[in-house]
Design a protein around this ligand. Structure first.
Ligand SMILES: C[S@@+](CC[C@H](N)C(=O)[O-])C[C@H]1O[C@@H](n2cnc3c(N)ncnc32)[C@H](O)[C@@H]1O
Length: 229
């Protein structure tokens, strides 16, 4: 993300949905003038503490990413990490970023694709039903696969996409990101699979895991860069 963004040192860079401010600090260390926007006062407070404790300037604004309080062309760069999946209208956010970037300004986005989980099973239908529950509470759980379209429609060009494919070889490894028990219970609760099929799937997956034969994949993140013409 950092190397792809690469605006000139001293440039104004917005971290949209900055959370607790880790990347704001990094942007400052990289010689940028970092600005943070977040909808959450709690997150902004954490960012403020982090920036002050490191002796960096505090440039934080509480705002909705879909309506940014900045004038046209104000920023040289903008980064968005794990935010678009949560907003009501990702296209509206990108339209705003297009507006506040100067011509030639760069946008970097990193978002997951929770809908991309695959589980190898003899019962492929049950495995699909379980995988479909991952990130079910997230408004845009598959946003990672839509970045090129969203960026193109917002008027960006020079779009470059990279996908980080994760391969998990045990239930335990997968559990750092997805609880198999939890998503199987959800698939059962919404009536996609019955109790005995759910139990059989879990038993199969744990047995595969114990014998070194478990296989699951996930496009954990899509990283996109693009330029405002
Ligand atoms: C998963 S956190 C990611 C934080 C940070 N970008 C990171 O990668 O560590 C999502 C952040 O987006 C913020 N957020 C969610 N919806 C938003 C919106 N509509 N406008 C601005 N910020 C929003 C949340 O408050 C939260 O801080």
């Amino acid at each position: 993300m950092r190397s792809g963004l690469g605006p000139t040192p001293g440039g104004r860079v917005l971290d949209l949905g900055c959370g607790a401010g880790h990347e704001l600090v990094q942007l400052e260390l990289d010689g940028m003038r970092a600005y943070g926007v977040d909808a959450s006062a709690t997150m902004l407070a954490a960012s403020r503490v982090r920036l002050r404790s490191m002796g960096h300037p505090v440039r934080l604004v509480r705002a909705d990413a879909q309506r940014l309080p900045f004038t046209d062309g104000w920023f040289d760069g903008c980064r968005i990490e794990r935010v678009l999946q949560h907003v009501a209208d990702p296209a509206a956010v990108l339209a705003e970023v297009h507006r506040i970037l100067r011509p030639g300004g760069v946008i970097g986005i990193l978002e997951p694709d929770w809908a991309s989980l695959t589980l190898a099973s003899r019962d492929g239908e049950a495995a699909r039903a379980v995988a479909d529950q991952v990130g079910g509470h997230i408004p845009h759980r598959d946003i990672g696969r839509h970045l090129r379209r969203l960026l193109a429609h917002a008027g960006f060009d020079e779009v470059h996409i990279e996908v980080e494919l994760m391969v998990y070889s045990s239930v335990e490894e997968l559990s750092r990101i997805v609880s198999l028990e939890h998503v199987t219970n959800l698939a059962r609760a919404v009536g996609r699979i019955g109790h005995s099929r759910a139990t059989a799937l879990l038993n199969e997956q744990h047995s595969l895991s114990a014998t070194g034969a478990f296989h699951a994949t996930l496009n954990r993140s899509a990283l996109a860069w693009a330029r405002r013409p």
